[in-house]
Design a protein around this ligand. Structure first.
Ligand SMILES: NC(=O)C1=CN([C@@H]2O[C@H](COP(=O)(O)OP(=O)(O)OC[C@H]3O[C@@H](n4cnc5c(N)ncnc54)[C@H](O)[C@@H]3O)[C@@H](O)[C@H]2O)C=CC1
Ligand SMILES: O=C(O)C(=O)Cc1ccc(O)cc1
Length: 346
């Protein structure tokens, strides 16, 4: 988080290698292996461990004799249990304002950190009933250089919304992978048929299991409710398939398509994580290298690259992902000038 600072950033982590990496890569100015020593020196504390660990750290913080006022926030994906823990704090010098940047990836560890990760993403803030307005403003000011968009929410509504749009889809992604794994016993070649669609819908199943178990646990009431709803929904879909009611099925798919197409692509929320650009390339030796070189020559860094479809003699599509909308636009312009056809998905 060096970007949120001209501030001096002290990092604390139980994992020594993480601290060493963060220091070596300029993510933090100083590494501390002792929580008390770290918190006694700071004006702001951001807890970014798995939720259960952040709750433990908050409780440990309350036992420490602080000689300064401290604004504490977190980045936990579930807010209600964090706020409940914050409401039990005894030290009145600690002011807690919950936080949740709605951006990230399926990768774990400090190595997955990116300076632009939160740009244009929604950053939810969940004040407690004790939070002072000036502390909320102060935290916002600290986080402003992340260029995210702040949204104040009540913890309960946050957990319901993220439950629907982020947590529950993880369970479904994992269940689809389980289904494929099961059917591989019948068809050994099944994995090699996994096309873009399966990869897109199951990417998040590659996330950190320890972290996600903790998220599901902290949002368990909502997860249980959504599972009930999903089972009812799937029974309805099963009927549609079995009864072969053509018009009803088209309407079902059309309604979903219209809603999905309308989800903002500019606001970088949970969907999409990056700004994508589709480029048509010929299936020729060096085609990929030519595209990447053109962008590299213009100092444009690509966050992700995926070949969607290349078959002999047929135009293939590349999906290039960028960290910002600006990079996406500049790349389109650069490639268009060299004769490439590009598409930005609306
Ligand atoms: N992964 C994602 O895309 C997003 C994650 N979050 C939230 O961020 C938090 C962290 O998630 P990630 O960064 O993905 O996990 P991570 O596993 O990549 O990083 C967690 C870090 O916490 C450290 N840690 C674990 N226990 C600790 C303890 N007791 N004391 C000090 N450090 C400890 C680990 O060594 C590790 O460096 C979670 O609360 C998660 O809900 C929020 C938004 C996005
Ligand atoms: O990999 C992805 O696209 C994510 O879903 C990232 C993510 C993970 C956890 C969060 O609380 C918010 C965002």
């Amino acid at each position: 988080l060096k970007t949120i600072a001209d501030n001096y950033v002290i990092g604390y982590d139980i994992d020594l290698e993480t601290l060493q990496y963060a220091k070596a890569h300029g993510i933090i100015d100083e590494a501390k292996t002792d929580f008390t020593a770290a918190v006694c020196q700071v004006d702001y504390l951001i807890l970014a461990a798995p939720i259960s660990k952040s709750i433990e750290l908050l409780a440990a913080l309350d036992e420490i004799q602080l000689s300064q006022k401290l604004i504490v926030s977190d980045v936990s994906s579930v807010k209600q249990s964090m706020i409940t823990a914050a409401n039990q704090l005894q030290n009145t010098d600690i002011s807690f304002v919950g936080g949740h940047p709605m951006a990230g990836s399926h990768k774990k560890g400090v190595q997955a950190a990116k300076a632009h990760l939160f740009e244009n993403a929604i950053y939810v803030l969940t004040p407690t009933k004790h939070s002072k307005e000036c502390d909320v403003q102060s935290l916002k000011k600290l986080l402003e250089p992340t260029r995210s968009k702040f949204l104040i929410l009540d913890a309960k509504e946050h957990d319901e919304m993220t439950g629907v749009i982020s947590h529950f889809p993880h369970l479904i992604a994992s269940s689809l992978v389980h289904q494929a794994k099961h059917w591989e016993q019948t068809h050994a070649y099944l994995p090699s048929l996994a096309a873009g669609g399966f990869r897109d819908i199951t990417r998040i199943a590659s996330s950190n299991p320890i972290l996600w178990q903790d998220i599901f646990y902290h949002n368990r009431k909502k997860m249980s409710l959504f599972l009930e709803e999903w089972i009812t929904e799937m029974k309805h879909v099963k009927n549609l398939v079995e009864e072969n009611n053509k018009q009803e099925m088209i309407t079902y798919l059309e309604t979903a398509k219209r809603y999905r197409d309308g989800l903002g692509t500019k606001d970088k929320g949970a969907i999409p994580s990056y700004y994508d650009l589709y480029v048509d390339i010929q299936d020729q030796t060096g085609a990929l290298a030519h595209v990447t070189k053109l962008l590299a020559d213009n100092n444009i860094s690509i966050n992700n690259i995926q070949i969607l479809e290349i078959r002999e003699g047929i135009m293939g599509a590349l999906r290039l992902s960028f960290a910002t909308e600006k990079l996406q636009k500049i790349s389109a312009h650069t490639l268009n000038e060299s004769g490439y056809e590009t598409t930005i998905e609306k």
